[in-house]
Design a protein around this ligand. Sequence first.
Ligand code: SAH
Ligand code: SF4
Length: 343
Amino acid sequence: MTPFLAASELAGLQDFCQRHNFPSFRARQIASWLYEHCVTDPEDMKNLPAAIRSALKEEFLAPGTVIAENSKSSGEVEKLLLRLFDGECIEMVIIPSEKRLTFCLSTQVGCPVGCYFCASGRNGLTRNLSAGEMLEEFCIGTRRAGRPDNLVFMGIGEGLLNFEQLAVTLNTLVDKFTFSPRRITVSTSGFVPGMEKFASLKREFNLAVSLHAPDDETRSKLIPPKLRYPVAEVLRAADRIAEANNRQYTLEYTLIEGINDSPSHAEKLGKLAFSHHAKINLIPYNETGGPFRRPQPEVIDRFEKTAADTGARITRRIERGAKGTAACGQLRAAGNKKIQENN
Ligand code: SAH
Ligand code: SF4
């Protein structure tokens, strides 16, 4: 397969220059465009002669990904629909706040976990993203909005089921793009074998575990059995990661009416988080056209208070993306529908 320029190493670029009889300092220039300026299109590498630019375009996917659509919702959250080299689409979200800029990145086209409430997994997995594609998401976002303060792998897909490419992406972000691992968060639905590999990276990445339920019975209403692991095993794996990475982890809790929003769920969740030294992040459900509903505001408030009363640290996901097609996977679903309608 044609390699992505965005995932190239300096050694590979030096090899490219040697094969084409280009002077070796050109490799460092290309690397600098990539890693310092996030430029992936040779046409924009202004100090390169035309012959090098066209050779790069011939040998690499440079770039492999383009912006197909953007949807601004209130609060200036920007959702980008990205078209990949093979015509598939993914999303990334640019989330500015007063204090920091966050990018939410996708790891797969679709998702094999298929949580019942999530638009991303509705049609299963199409394919994994390569490291080059994940790095291009980062580069596209940076060129558009500036260098982010935080990166969260919480877009489409279960990154820990695409571990090898995710690990290359994470290590490249730290080693080449000089991004601090403490500012990168990987979110998982609790895929334990992947969590074990993530612990073995032994870097200070953050972990977010999509627990959504303090007990297995409730969790079985949200996540299909195929890739679901018991709550106790998931938390054990998360504890090991916290130890290996030297970071406290987050329990994400998508709050859904009548399923996981009772005071007893809140109390059990608070106790679990407290005893595992984890933070809770409450995500009021964004409705996606299925049967699940977001609880009433007073139910969300009560849940938050009950969980906090156990002594656990709890925050609520900022809701500036709640309008339009803001929920995970919805823009891609809408984009695919449009593409089908046009065919
Ligand atoms: N697969 C990973 C990361 C992507 S999903 C995981 O599940 O953690 C990122 C987060 O978005 C998860 O916590 C998921 O539960 C949440 N999410 C998905 N669809 C949602 C929706 N419609 N409303 C609110 N949260 C949603
Ligand atoms: Fe996949 Fe995460 Fe959506 Fe579940 S919530 S289907 S794991 S993307």
